[in-house]
Design a protein around this ligand. Structure first.
Ligand code: SF4
Length: 66
C-alpha cells in the first residue's frame, strides 16, 4: 500500500489516524494512504518552510478549528 513518507512526523495524521470522523478518514484515505499522496498541502508546506504546519491544517490546505 502507498503511504505518505511523512506520516510518522505528521501532526494531522497522528491526531486523526484513529478518528471515527468520516471527513478526516476520507482525507487519510485520499491523501495519506491514497492517490493524492503527492498533492498534500501539508507536505508542500513542510517542503517550503522546512517545518510542519499547524496540526489543524488539512491535506487540502484548509484549516479546521482546533
Ligand atoms: S496529511 Fe499529508 S503530510 Fe501528513 S501524512 Fe497525510 S499526506 Fe502525509
Amino acid at each position: 500500500m502507498n503511504k505518505c513518507e511523512l506520516f510518522e512526523k505528521c501532526g494531522f495524521f497522528s491526531r486523526y489516524r484513529k478518528t471515527s470522523n468520516v471527513a478526516c478518514r476520507g482525507f487519510i484515505a485520499l491523501y495519506c494512504k491514497g492517490p493524492k499522496l503527492n498533492e498534500c498541502k501539508r507536505k508542500e508546506y513542510m517542503q517550503q518552510h522546512g517545518q510542519p504546519p499547524e496540526d489543524n491544517m488539512l491535506p487540502n490546505g484548509y484549516l479546521t478549528s482546533k
